[in-house]
Structures are given as structure tokens and as C-alpha cells.
Write a protein that binds this ligand. Structure first.
Ligand code: PAF
Length: 297
């Protein structure tokens, strides 16, 4: 694995390997790598000639300075994991290399997609995500870019950015990965104590119970039921729990009008902010011909 920190080194490497005929797979990350990231790398390796993983803790997507400071930084062990998993290039730039002094971000408005859930709770977060992913695409020039569906709304927004700006990159949404207990893998999990990890399972347990009960209640009733479970849990501080259509982020009143019903949740457990989600029906059952779809995951 080559570890590089500058854009010039990346250009030189591409020139050396005559990258024009090389399919480049890209896995953008903020480090603190776990098996979820490694599963993206494995898929990227299977579908491309060269795989680039970036590790860059992007300051512009943190709406809370304390959250940025607390974010785990584990570059040395990340690099070992990537090398062992067969990554070709680790791109680990600093802030100046990525932004060249132009860090000012623009507000992104993709309607409901950017307005609700994380968009509402973390003002400016997606402005920063869109800004950095667009910039990383300009630098890395990938054919395919891999994103985990744990950040479901993020993948939807990036797909929409690529569609609106006609960027020449294929977005590959990849399955959310859980640990053996069911906890959605996240870099933030390393900030949880063992006890908080157990308490955090309330999120996946509620989502699973909602999936089991869906169709027995209206979407609104199911959402209220799920919220009640988490609000009654003394270890969970619920930020949101919403039932919506994962194809267009609309919230119809009847199940018949959904293409891909799902629930998304965000909550603090043991002082750590966690997100999770669950799609209620498996992919091939989802209505493929949805007229209202604004993006396709
Ligand atoms: O999902 C993440 O880790 C980040 O939001 C991303 C896509 C690497 C952009 O900084």
C-alpha cells in the first residue's frame, strides 16, 4: 500500500500507472476504521483495478466544535488495517491540501433530503459533507465511490449531488454492517463504554420491533410506538425517530403509497450521538418503478 498525503503525489502515481484505463474505486472515510469500512474496501477491490481510501477528518461538516475535537483519530492502526485488507493507496491529506485555503462552504438545499433528520439536527453538516465529497472526487477522480447505508441520508444526498451536477462517478451504496449483538458499526462506538454499548442496543431492538410490527399499524402510529419505546428508556436521549420512504424521503399516511418504508433514528447514549436505520422490506421487493423516486439507493 502507498500512503500519500499530497495531491501532487496522487497525480504522479496516476501518471505512473497510466490511470486513464484503470478503474479507480474510492472509499472516503474520516478514519477510526472498523469492519464496516473494510467491507466497503472489499467491495471496491472486487469491482475496480485500483482502490484509494481517504482518511480526512473534515472540519467543515462538524456543526459542534467539541464533536470535532472528540472525533477519534487513529491513523497508524487505520493504515495497518488497510494494508492488511489489500488497499492500494491511502490518501491522508491535511486541511490545506484538500481545501487550499478555500474552506468556505455553500448552503445545499435538496428539499426534504437536506431539510429533515440530520439536516435539521445538525445545521450545516450536509453543506460540509457535499463540499468535501465533491472536492475529494475532484482530487481522486474515481470511477466508483463506496458509501455505507448506515449514513442513509448522506448516501441519498451524495447521489443527488452527483445527479444534479452530472459528475462522472458511480455511487455505490453498501449495506449497513452490525456487530454480533446488532449494534450498527460506527467510528463513534469506540467512545462508548461497555455498559453504554449494551444500552445502545435499544436503538436496533426498537428498529427491529418496528420492522416486525409494520403493516399492523399506520405509519404514524408505528412511529409514535417506536418513539415511546426509546423515550421510556432512561439510558437513551432520543433526537428523532422517523418513518419515511427511503426512495424520496416523503412521509405518506398509508403504507400503500410507500416505495421503500424504513425508520431512521438518532439518539445520545452515554454521551455519544448514534444514528441507525432499518429498511422494512428487502431490495428486490421494493417497487422499482417508483414514479416519485428522486434518487435510487
Ligand atoms: O461518512 C463519512 O465518514 C464522511 O461524512 C465522509 C463521507 C468521509 C465525508 O467526510
Amino acid at each position: 500500500m502507498r500512503t500519500i498525503t499530497t495531491n501532487t503525489e496522487l497525480r504522479d502515481l496516476y501518471a505512473d500507472i497510466q490511470a486513464t484505463n484503470t478503474r479507480i474505486g474510492f472509499v472516503p472515510t474520516m478514519g477510526a476504521l472498523h469492519d464496516g469500512h473494510l467491507s466497503l474496501l472489499t467491495r471496491a477491490k472486487a469491482e475496480n483495478d485500483l482502490v484509494v481510501v481517504s482518511i480526512f477528518v473534515n472540519p467543515t461538516q462538524f456543526n459542534d466544535q467539541k464533536d470535532l475535537e472528540k472525533y477519534p483519530r487513529t491513523l497508524t492502526s487505520d493504515a495497518s488495517k488497510l494494508a492488511a485488507a489489500g488497499c492500494d493507496v491511502l490518501y491522508a491529506p491535511d486541511v490545506d491540501e484538500v481545501y487550499g485555503g478555500m474552506m468556505e462552504k455553500q448552503a445545499v438545499d435538496y428539499g426534504a433530503l437536506t431539510a429533515i433528520l440530520e439536516g435539521a439536527k445538525r445545521p450545516g453538516h450536509y453543506d460540509g459533507v457535499v463540499q468535501v465529497v465533491r472536492r475529494l472526487f475532484e482530487i481522486v477522480l474515481p470511477n466508483n465511490a463506496y458509501f455505507g447505508k448506515k449514513d442513509f441520508q448522506q448516501v441519498a444526498i451524495i447521489s443527488e449531488m452527483v445527479r444534479r451536477e452530472a459528475l462522472p462517478v458511480n455511487i455505490v451504496p453498501c449495506d449497513l454492517i452490525r456487530d454480533e449483538d446488532g449494534l450498527a458499526l460506527s467510528s463513534r462506538n469506540m467512545l462508548l463504554s461497555q455498559e453504554s454499548k449494551r444500552h445502545a442496543l435499544a436503538l436496533v431492538n426498537t428498529l427491529r420491533a418496528m420492522k416486525d410490527r409494520y403493516l399492523e399499524q399506520s405509519p404514524e402510529e408505528l412511529e409514535a410506538w417506536g418513539r415511546k419505546q426509546l423515550k421510556e428508556n432512561p439510558y437513551v436521549e432520543l433526537e428523532y425517530l422517523e418513518v419515511l420512504d427511503g426512495r424520496n424521503f416523503e412521509q405518506p399516511k398509508e403504507w400503500e403509497r410507500f416505495n421503500s418504508p424504513m425508520a431512521l433514528v438518532a439518539a445520545f447514549v452515554g454521551g455519544v450521538r448514534l444514528i441507525d436505520n432499518m429498511e422494512f422490506i428487502v431490495d428486490d421487493e421494493v417497487k422499482k418503478t417508483a414514479k416519485t423516486a428522486i434518487f435510487a439507493l
